[in-house]
Design a protein around this ligand. Sequence first.
Ligand code: ZN
Length: 323
Amino acid sequence: MSKSDAKLRLQREEPYTKRRRIGPTKCNVCSSDSTITHSHDSRFWFGDGDIVFRVQDSLFKVHRSKLRCSTVLWDMFELPQPAQVDNVDGCPLVVMAGDTAKDWSTVFRWMYDPAGFATQAGVFDVLAGALRVATKYDMPALREAAIQGLQFRWPLSPASMTLNAFSNAAEAISLARECDVPSIRPAAFYALSIQRWSYDAEGGSSLLHLSPEDARRLICGQQLLNNFHLQIVINPLVSETESTRTCDHCASYMADYWRRKFTPDDSSPHSCWMVKVLVDMILNNFDLSDIGIQICTPCQSYHRSLVYERLTVLVKEIPMIFR
Ligand SMILES: [Zn+2]
């Protein structure tokens, strides 16, 4: 959304003044007409605040100086203000149309309590709310903090992905599209593509967050990854680049080893996580001690090159597959 679009949404609330005349009683916190549904977020209702935000039915009385972090809001306040503005508790009222109180509560927490915000930064809803508001109102520092939090769960390289990537993956894909954060999409797509919905309590309902285009991308990507997996199972020792092969002594044992490693575990909540299988082989220093025989040195070397080759292909291809 452009800055001008965002500014247009920051409208003074006309009906508010009219409705205020109807009720005889006043709210004892902000002096608003108590017949108008509203609540105050006590964490962000400062006695010396100089501006009141209304977001949905929530009111926030905060300090205008805190809004320097947003170029959209700060630019708006720099403009000459109309003589007649709605007031709440002696402060001008700004209505944030199209936003949610929950998202703004997150943003005010970041403004007033960055340490508290950081402790919540692993929670998807917190990051998503912060990113949405930061993008709409051009808050670069908050946007960067939110993106860093998201990239912790959906890293640039699929090789760095952990179990944290599985929950909210579909929501992350939609959020990335909405707020233009393409960097988290490959890992989120990859996590989604290997998730087993029958093992999940929500039964795949989160897939409904995907746009039709992203759903198509997910299905196509799954098919390409399944093909890659199938090639390993059918021809576990065939390299795309290496001309050497394993010796007859080691071949069948090594083929069994690769097939075993790439057989999905029925009790796992995900199908074959190929990237992790390969990364674990490297982390375990290519240990082949459980293979059944002593593998000769040239075959050990070939095994290592196969691991690196396949991991390199996957890490390169996954972002392209889900582009
Ligand atoms: Zn050998």
